[in-house]
Design a binder for this molecule. Sequence first.
Ligand SMILES: Cc1cc2nc3c(=O)[nH]c(=O)nc-3n(C[C@H](O)[C@H](O)[C@H](O)COP(=O)(O)OP(=O)(O)OC[C@H]3O[C@@H](n4cnc5c(N)ncnc54)[C@H](O)[C@@H]3O)c2cc1C
Ligand code: SF4
Ligand code: SF4
Length: 611
Amino acid sequence: MTSDSVAIERQTMEVDIVCVGFGPAMGGFLTTLSRNLTREDGTPLVESRVMPGMPPQVICYERADDIAFGVSGVVTRARGIRATFPNLNPVEIPMATPVKHEKLLYLLDPVGASRRSPTLRLADRLVRAFQWALPCEREALRLPYIPPFLRKEGGLLLSIGQFTQWVGAQVMASGLVQIWPGTPVASPLIEEDRVVGVRLIDQGTDRQGNPEAGFMPGMDIRAALTVVGDGPVGPIGRHIDERFGLPEGYHRSDWAVGAKMLVDLREDVDLEQGTVLHTFGYPEPEIFGFMYVYPDRVASLGIFVPSWFDSPVRTSYRYLQHWMLHPYLWHYLEGGRLRSWGAKTLQESGKRGEPFLVGDGYARIGEGSGSTNVLTGSGVDEAWMTGVLLAEGVIEVLRAGKAFTRGNLERWIEAEARIAGRARDGFQRGVVTGLVGMALAGLTRGKLAISSEPAPPHCRVPTTEEYFRARITPEEMTRIREESVSRGQALHDALMERCGWPPIPHDGKLLVSHQDALLVGGKVQAPPGYADHVVFVYPNLCEICGTKMCIEACSGQAITPGEKGVPNFDREKCVHCGACVWNCTQPRPDDPQRTNVEFRAGTGGLHSAEN
Ligand SMILES: Cc1cc2nc3c(=O)[nH]c(=O)nc-3n(C[C@H](O)[C@H](O)[C@H](O)COP(=O)(O)OP(=O)(O)OC[C@H]3O[C@@H](n4cnc5c(N)ncnc54)[C@H](O)[C@@H]3O)c2cc1C
Ligand code: SF4
Ligand code: SF4
């Protein structure tokens, strides 16, 4: 019996605008809105519908236990952010600094375990043969040219957590907006195809959502407008998509899992603050890496494991450590100390994953609305701008009683999203084709691109046996599988080591085990009294699923082998990255567009303002 199946008295509150999630998109929305709700003398510019005489009542609910939640170290051109804060001085934002140097590096494979195509192997041989004449250093080739569409000159390096906190403090200081962290929104309230508000999650339940002692049903918040900015795997955005669908021909088959660390560099490291390194080629050709240097020799570094990397053992944590150990990077990282760690996914379909941006009673902003620029890999400024543009539209609507129109959102962000629309399609056909496609789209401003429709995991990821056929016999695979299941562990460590990846030399300081990272770096938490937010919808599909990608891709070791093939989920290790939702290889029988993992609203996860 769940809380939905018993008669429950829910409290109801009425506001004018209810907002879901406080990321950069909501920061842009609430900053712009709060500056325009009152006149200079403090009187309301428009009156609240629910509290006549007062300015509109605006409330924002954030899932994480602080408004400073975030996982990405960020390099951004910050055009939208600077337009909102014309006198922005990076010194005011902890860890922020202007971009000074950018390097794009092709990393050779120093261990010989990377899965490279014959073309790439030939390229590697040529680079090695001519390294005396090329800008090569420690197994890395520095590209002499960074295409203009990739450059972030004049931009900013930010800690997304610190930036969000800085913005949130100003929004709350206006006294016109309430932000409630630690308050996940469970679902939208939909009546006759109109969104009329949201429901907060129930407290005092068991893991299945059944009421227990101290049960408190989540409140219903009714509002004329619901603004959804809950990021790439936000349950409210997904719920709305399920109800209203995506526009014809749109899809969400491209994503990436990002894993990152914040590291104190050694005293003698001579990387200047504002340095930006972008890498590709290693640990697997499909994996991109980044390192940004903040003030006080703090570095934010990480990798992206994209959906077009067809390996069924896509462990972002282990690959991140191999990337760090690459001689070019290890030169800077050796002797460093892990400050925090985290993981998050990126919705990389961009414009082609755009849902209906507005509907009756609701509007979508940020990454969940397809704002991320998949060509340049940037999302913060774009998300910010969608929030700003919506706020401008909302202010007009409030003043003149006009309807929300998509036209209100069509500005530069729209034009650039179109250029980026097909930029990454080439990667569906391989890394080299992908890089060529990206360059074509970027340099021709989207006029040319290599077309190829992205396929969901169940159509493209081979079984573990097929993928490793050339290196591991079926008998050996069965043995490795049985050993992993009996230890309750994922397969990836055993398979990677069998394929030549050296064990990670844990030093207890920077290179720590995945379990230690959950405790030391990410500060993962999961308060009791809430239902599990990761649910395997059809356990019978898990029973017959051979790849168990949810286990292999899980960023927090929160999903482990379970009885009769149905995985176990441990909420206390979940970092809410959403990798399991994207990577599950089984489509649902009732809706092949969705995977067998449902990602509901939940509490806990990472707590780290530094990220
Ligand atoms: C590893 C990594 C590196 C990146 N690097 C860069 C970079 O260098 N430059 C760049 O520009 N972009 C970068 N990005 C992308 C960028 O972080 C995102 O595009 C951006 O954060 C999107 O902002 P948003 O506000 O739409 O969503 P988010 O930042 O995801 O914010 C959504 C918020 O909603 C909250 N939420 C979710 N569900 C609920 C719920 N049910 N109830 C209440 N609250 C909820 C979440 O907790 C979160 O705080 C990176 C991303 C990753 C993962
Ligand atoms: S959740 Fe998906 S990937 Fe995981 S075992 Fe079940 S069907 Fe397989
Ligand atoms: S269980 Fe949690 S940590 Fe693991 S992949 Fe899913 S969301 Fe990420």
